[in-house]
Write a new protein. Structure first.
Length: 177
């Protein structure tokens, strides 16, 4: 896995863990603002899954349990995923990343909210089309929030119950970030 892809996964992990504010709080020790903008290497512990350097693992599988985030946090996460996907264009390793939405986060992708969140939904559709992220949404959550099967764009697949789907992903070798 190349460094850009590792950096993408590390950033996605931070963003989904609610640590998106780390960018705002960061300060360069020597006052060099440019150092804050340069890509940093993720900590080794972020990749302690045994995948890196393992010739027996031809691909990497990850999932993100996406709930409890603001639309701005999700938008920033998707923008970083796009940037890093573009910079990792030559990577030969197959990486599968499932983006499992449930809770109030599903509302952002409802067709009825498309005008309000057009840029975010369009970017998500692009990332899905390029195989960067695979979007799933919890049907049970959608139903509780008054959203039917047709409430979501075609690129989002509904799964019956997100926690059960996540268990299936784990059984298939996916690793949580």
């Amino acid at each position: 896995m190349n460094a850009s892809l590792k950096y993408l996964l590390w950033l996605l992990t931070l963003a989904l863990a609610g640590s998106g504010s780390w960018l705002l709080a960061a300060r360069a020790p020597d006052g060099d603002a440019a150092a804050l903008l340069a890509p940093a290497r993720p900590p080794a512990a972020a990749f302690a899954t045994g995948i890196e350097g393992n010739a027996e693992a031809p691909d990497a599988r990850y999932y993100f349990d996406v709930t409890g985030h603001t639309p701005d946090e999700i938008a920033e996460l998707l923008r970083r995923a796009e940037e890093l996907h573009e910079s990792a264009a030559g990577d030969q390793q197959e990486v599968s990343v499932a983006f499992v939405l449930h809770g109030p986060d599903v509302d952002l992708f409802a067709r009825e909210n498309y005008a309000r969140y057009r840029d975010v939904v369009d970017l998500a559709a692009k990332l899905d089309a390029f195989g960067v992220l695979d979007f799933k949404a919890c049907a049970r959550t959608a139903q509780r929030r008054g959203l039917g099967d047709a409430a979501f764009p075609d690129f989002i697949e509904l799964v019956p119950y997100a926690p059960d789907y996540i268990e299936e992903l784990e059984a298939d070798g996916y690793v949580s970030f």
